[in-house]
Design a protein around this ligand. Structure first.
Ligand code: A3P
Length: 290
């Protein structure tokens, strides 16, 4: 793997790099033509912000804590990505109400999504930890380009030469919507800090009236430790050439603040200045300091 081969690894979709391993022109067409219904629930993330966590959480919240789906269906078929190739293969078998995830920016959502009353949960994670997580993901995922040094990867990340483009563009896109109370914003950090409370916020938003006991059961079954040992959620069913957990496990650390072990003082200053500049005229503020 080297930088030169990266063109063969990605397709360009409205200026965004998407891995060919999981995306195709057909899958993107399928996403555009997907018919959202009012009961569909979507979790949207910039990559490495807690997507597979939501693939665990949504089915559990929507079915009252029944563990069958998370124990019998791999995450990518249980709560598929709207834009990926698997959706077309499993769409007819999805449990109702359907739960999906997506990394698409708001302006690339299909018309049926905008026309429906489908609800969306946007999960945001501190970009410093997103970048660290992504750096290790690039090392273990054979279908992504070699990230090079941390310093080199930081430049790619800040310039948006990574999966789904710039972090700031993604956040801006989903912060400026006309979705009103159809969208809930939640942070990876609040999920790590107090998962039951975060689950309660999500279940209330989704109109589920779950008992404290069920919330506790869900929290235990989607904890980092439990997911790490769940073969339906830890990507161990994927061949090593595509995902090699000897290089770095997908469920790697699951913590807040690992960036402190990676950024030099100079890198931190540069990172913060680039990100803050790109957000300086925005009407929203970030839920944590950069
Ligand atoms: P780290 O690499 O920092 O450990 P995504 O699913 O969007 O690709 O995000 C992956 C990140 O979410 C990884 O972060 C992974 O460990 C973390 N994650 C997944 N499930 C988690 C859980 N139950 N609790 C905490 N972090 C989780």
């Amino acid at each position: 793997r080297n930088m030169a081969s990266s063109e063969e690894m990605y397709l360009l979709y409205h200026g965004l790099l998407l891995p060919k391993e999981t995306h195709s022109p057909e899958s993107l067409k399928f996403a555009r033509e997907y018919t959202f219904t009012d009961s569909d629930v979507l979790a949207v993330t910039y990559p490495k912000s807690g997507t597979i966590w939501m693939q665990e959480i949504l089915p559990l919240l929507l079915n009252g804590g029944d563990l069958t789906p998370i124990h019998t269906i791999p995450n990518w078929d249980r709560t598929p990505w709207l834009e990926e190739t698997r959706l077309a293969l499993v769409v007819d078998q999805l449990a109702s109400p359907r739960a999906l995830v997506s990394h698409l920016p708001y302006h690339l959502m299909p018309p049926s999504f905008l026309a429906s009353k489908a609800k969306v949960i946007y999960v945001m994670r501190n970009p410093k930890d997103v970048m660290v997580s992504s750096y290790y993901f690039h090392q273990m995922a054979g279908f992504l380009h070699d990230p090079g040094t941390f310093e080199e990867f930081m430049e790619s990340f800040l310039e948006g030469r990574v999966l789904f483009g710039k972090w700031t563009d993604h956040v801006k896109s989903w912060k400026h919507t006309e979705l009103g109370d159809r969208i809930l914003y939640i942070t990876y950090e609040e999920m790590v800090q107090e998962l039951p409370a975060a689950l309660r916020r999500m279940s209330d938003f989704l109109g589920r009236n779950l008992s404290e006991e069920v919330i506790q059961k869900i929290a235990e079954n989607c904890s980092f430790e439990t997911m790490k040992t769940n073969t339906m959620s830890n990507f161990s069913l994927i061949p090593k050439v595509l995902m090699d957990d000897n290089k770095s496990p997908f469920l790697r650390k699951g913590m807040v603040g690992d960036w402190k072990n990676h950024f030099s003082a100079e890198q931190l200053t540069r990172f913060i200045s680039v990100i803050s500049k790109e957000l300086e005229n925005e009407s929203f503020s970030l839920p944590w300091s950069l």
